[in-house]
Design a protein around this ligand. Structure first.
Ligand SMILES: [Ca+2]
Ligand SMILES: [Ca+2]
Length: 180
């Protein structure tokens, strides 16, 4: 086997390790960063429809047309790594839309735009929902809010182990090339 082949195999293993994280947390998932309370702040609305949100099946909060921007609610304690499933209840249509992959929604598309490190704050994650079936105008600003103590999904420990193994293999190939 040539060095080029070995490098290709290692590169493939690294890519596989990186993509394997997708099976643990979908794009748009929000994970609690560390054990502790999570606070949610209303960031505004640009919608004709009335809507409410709830987190992990909790009480519906933040009616979009009667909540002041900056209003904050303490959602209570969550364990580190908890995936927050935020649902948007659109009162005019009866639709419920969820954060995470499109498969979790009746129309099969993603309804939440998630921005980590919101406004340069490493501990704050922003979510903006699209409220229309099929995505509508896809402006994702129909119901907006942000969380503290919520971070970008991180690779699982076994993924780090795979990546380290890949780096080790690269080092081995480099040493072999130097010796040759
Ligand atoms: Ca809008
Ligand atoms: Ca919209």
């Amino acid at each position: 086997m040539t060095t080029t082949h070995k490098k290709t195999i290692v590169a493939c293993a690294l890519f596989a390790a990186l993509f394997s994280t997708a099976s643990h947390a979908a794009i748009g998932d929000a994970l609690v960063a560390s054990g502790g309370n999570v606070f949610i702040t209303f960031e505004g609305t640009d919608a004709g429809y009335d809507s409410l949100i709830s987190v992990n099946g909790g009480a519906e909060i933040f009616p979009n047309h009667s909540t002041s921007v900056g209003s904050t609610v303490d959602l209570g304690f969550f364990a580190a790594g908890t995936v927050l499933d935020i649902s948007l209840h659109v009162l005019n249509t009866g639709n419920f839309w969820h954060t995470g992959a499109g498969a979790g929604n009746a129309d099969g598309i993603e309804h939440a735009n998630v921005v980590y490190n919101f406004n340069g704050d490493a501990g704050r994650t922003y979510v903006g929902f699209e409220d229309l079936f099929g995505g509508g105008d896809r402006d994702y600003n129909d119901h907006q809010f942000s969380f503290t103590n919520v971070a970008n999904p991180v690779p699982e420990p076994e993924t780090y182990a795979l990546m380290l193994a890949g780096l080790g293999a690269l080092g081995f190939v480099a040493r072999r090339r130097k010796a040759a």
